[in-house]
Design a protein around this ligand. Structure first.
Ligand code: SF4
Ligand code: SF4
Length: 508
């Protein structure tokens, strides 16, 4: 006999549905073969295992392979192929990297013997820790030129595995994914632009559902001493509910969703699918979201979106030649001989001063023109969601550049790794001449991605203006549209600058 137990009781008190009647169209889980594979409970491990094996290979190559980044699997796959594929796959489908995340393989294996005993600290149940880690990764990436260092890239991968495993062996549920993982936060925000969403198929079924297994999980029922079955961490779980605390009938969008499909396996009514929707359609939802609250009132979410968007420009800006001239000029003017204080200044300007000025000015003008009584800070929090499309567009354009201009370079690097490991060219002589698409072909694609991002941000802004200034929507729209246009123009300028040739093929 089985029954549902566990998970935060507060979630059960939520009324629903917020999703409404939807999900009548395309459903990935109903596609022949692929849908059947995904509905199989072992599918996540089947997807994770090859990536876990590849990660081990990358770690070995980082420490024992060539020290030239474009010829090393760790540096090449991490900074060219992985990043490029993540954003392209999100654009075409959804958060499939988190679905196949190799960092959780060791934790899931270890949890067979070790049961985490603690809840994640209440004071840290927000996005601030992941904002700090997001900035730290961006900073370390620039300071130590990780793109050109196989060794330090290997160290980063090992640290990532270690941290993910340690945190999730100490704390229950998916604490690392929800509160810490910078890659996860990147994927969560980006996948608001995805055309697919894990969602209920029929809201009316949830209305009458008694078990709510999608959130609570399914355990073997053992009667307790007083005859009442209650929360009991010791009972064997036969199927987890959502470890990210997303209750399906009230879940909105892909934020915090790892596409792990635990809710699909747990739902006794086969009522959860991976359904089609318009990209960014649910970004402008206002009001509470399951597991997240009201994001347009959360300063930590505003900070995360700001770092995501302005960090995209900063990361792209740090790739081009003018940044070296700027650093030189600052060094000469200040007499500084080490990079970290100059880089800190650049980060402080790009991630604090610049957004504070731009977003603060847009909110101030919105308040002034539209006549809304909402304060400047609440307006910034409300409209910050509109930055995600243009931010994603910048990441997409940047990563697509490296991926599309260098996607074939992985072939000779693999050939070379096999030749060096086995002492014979089992996969043939490395074809070092392979590269990717010419830059002239890729540039219009980059501009296209940026243009899509701009249109997405404008569309989101227009919807949000309805929340604050129904009679003077134009007045509320224009300041934010100007901010998005500024970001677009800066991004196009960056893409036209000579790039540092990091991560691209250097020749045999
Ligand atoms: S278990 Fe299934 S039917 Fe019940 S609330 Fe969750 S998604 Fe709806
Ligand atoms: S269980 Fe939670 S995180 Fe996993 S797919 Fe379902 S909603 Fe997303």
């Amino acid at each position: 006999m089985t029954t549902a137990v566990e998970q935060p009781a507060a979630l059960e008190r939520q009324s629903f549905p917020a999703n409404g009647e939807r999900a009548r169209g395309f459903d990935l889980l109903r596609v022949p073969l692929l849908g059947r594979f995904l509905r199989w409970r072992g599918s996540r491990l089947a997807l994770q295992t090859p990536l876990f094996g590849l990660s081990l290979m990358m770690i070995a190559h980082a420490f024992f392979g060539p020290d030239i980044a474009p010829k090393n699997l760790a540096a090449l796959l991490t900074w060219v192929h992985f990043r490029g594929l993540v954003v392209v796959v999100i654009l075409l489908a959804g958060n499939l990297f988190c679905m196949a995340c190799p960092f959780l393989v060791m934790r899931d294996l270890a949890r067979r013997w070790i049961t985490p005993r603690w809840e994640w600290p209440r004071s840290l149940r927000n996005k601030w820790p992941s904002v700090a880690l997001f900035v730290a990764v961006l900073f370390v990436y620039e300071l130590f030129d990780l793109f050109s260092s196989p060794f330090w890239t290997g160290v980063l991968i090992v640290l990532y595995f270690g941290l993910a495993t340690l945190v999730d062996l100490l704390f229950r549920r998916a604490s690392f994914c929800k509160y810490l993982c910078p890659v996860g936060q990147f994927n969560f925000l980006s996948s608001t632009m995805a055309p697919l969403e894990v969602s209920v198929r029929d809201a009316s079924i949830c209305q009458s559902c008694q078990s709510k297994d999608c959130i609570r999980g399914v355990q073997i029922a053992l009667p307790s001493r007083d005859g009442v079955t209650g929360l009991n961490m010791e009972l064997p779980v036969i199927q987890r509910g959502c470890e990210l605390a997303l209750f399906q009938p009230r879940k909105v969008d892909n934020l915090d969703c790892t596409f792990c499909l635990d809710c699909v396996y747990a739902c006794p009514h086969d009522n959860v699918g991976i359904v089609a929707r318009l990209p960014s359609e649910r970004l402008t939802h206002s009001g509470p979201r399951s597991g997240l609250g009201t994001i347009e009132r959360r300063p930590d979410f505003t900070a995360l979106i700001t770092v995501f968007t302005f960090g995209a420009l900063l990361n792209a800006f740090a790739m081009i030649s003018p940044v070296y001239a700027l650093e030189q000029a600052v060094a000469q003017a200040t007499g500084l001989r080490v990079e970290w204080p100059i880089l800190s200044g650049l980060f402080a300007f790009a991630l604090i001063v610049e957004p504070a000025v731009l977003l603060g000015a847009a909110a101030f003008v919105t308040r002034w023109w539209s006549g809304t009584r909402e304060g400047v800070l609440p307006l910034v929090k409300r409209f910050s969601r509109s930055l995600i499309p243009i931010g994603f567009g910048v990441w997409l354009a940047h990563y697509a550049f490296h991926f599309l201009t260098g996607f074939l370079t992985v072939i000779p690097v693999f050939q070379n790794a096999v030749r060096e490991s086995f002492g014979t060219a089992l996969l043939g002589k490395p074809m070092w001449q392979l590269g990717g698409l010419p830059e002239a072909v890729v540039f219009p694609i980059e501009v296209g991605f940026l243009g899509l991002g701009l249109i997405g941000s404008w569309a989101a802004t227009w919807t949000i203006t309805g929340e604050v200034a129904t009679s003077r929507r134009n007045a509320a729209f224009l300041p934010w549209a100007a901010v998005h246009l500024t970001l677009f123009v800066v991004a196009v300028w960056i893409m036209t600058q000579p790039m540092d040739m990091r991560g691209t093929f250097l020749g045999g």
